[in-house]
Design a protein around this ligand. Structure first.
Ligand code: 3PG
Length: 212
């Protein structure tokens, strides 16, 4: 396993669930990340889908003790570079392009690239990837589909994301080829809007308890 894969694996193994955040107001990023870390979820994916995302990554990376800030929904090399510059310690993409593979090769920050078919997984294996995001997990076939990849594509680990919640997370976490799952359910927009950080810590702690 390469040092970069090892680094990614150690981040993903911190917890059973990686929160996937869409942050509209950068001012909420630090209290939200603190609430998640207090519940045990240290590795946090902030998606580059809003204007506030890079500022949010920068703030979480600099100010939240114990947090491992990552960037999600990375679609191109420029976003990869901006996210690394903001302090991201891991990068997540919904799919894979040659441009992303090339930029990832130029950096020490690991990429968790998206794949949803056997051919996509095989292509990434040829590029040296052993850990991938299975996206969109539920819509692409769910835990049964992912389980069916475990024997022919043994050696590849996944972080399934998309449509996962407390109710179905265990279906994935019990598979031999799953290292963790990703999900937005631990940070509902209503709780963020209300500043209900205790409520978010409770959801995070429930998610953390899925471990083991
Ligand atoms: C995403 O990129 O939106 C993630 O897959 C999160 O999906 P979820 O909102 O269904 O958890």
């Amino acid at each position: 396993m390469s040092a970069k894969t090892d680094k990614l694996l150690s981040i993903l193994k911190l917890q059973p669930v990686v929160p996937v955040l869409v942050i509209d107001d950068a001012a909420t990023a630090v209290p939200l990340a603190r609430a998640l870390v207090a519940g045990g979820l240290k590795a946090i994916e902030i998606t580059l889908r809003t204007q506030a995302a890079l500022e949010a990554i920068r703030a979480v990376a600099a100010e939240v003790e114990g947090a491992v800030a990552g960037a999600g929904t990375i679609l191109n090399a420029a976003q990869f570079e901006q996210s690394v510059e903001a302090g991201s310690q891991f990068i997540v993409s919904p799919g894979t392009t040659q441009e992303l593979i090339d930029v990832a090769n130029d950096h020490e920050v690991p990429l968790l690239p998206g794949a949803a078919t056997a051919s996509e997984v095989m292509g990434l294996r040829e590029e040296g990837y052993q850990i991938m995001k299975f996206f969109p997990a539920e819509q692409a076939g769910g835990a049964a589909y992912l389980k069916s990849l475990s024997s022919p594509l043994a050696g590849t680990l996944f972080c399934p994301t998309g449509g996962i919640s407390l109710g179905n997370a265990r279906d994935y976490l019990s598979l031999p080829n799953v290292v963790c799952v990703g999900g937005s359910w631990v940070a509902p927009k209503e709780l963020v809007a209300k500043g209900d950080w205790a409520g978010i810590t409770k959801l995070a702690a429930e998610a953390y308890a899925l471990k083991g």
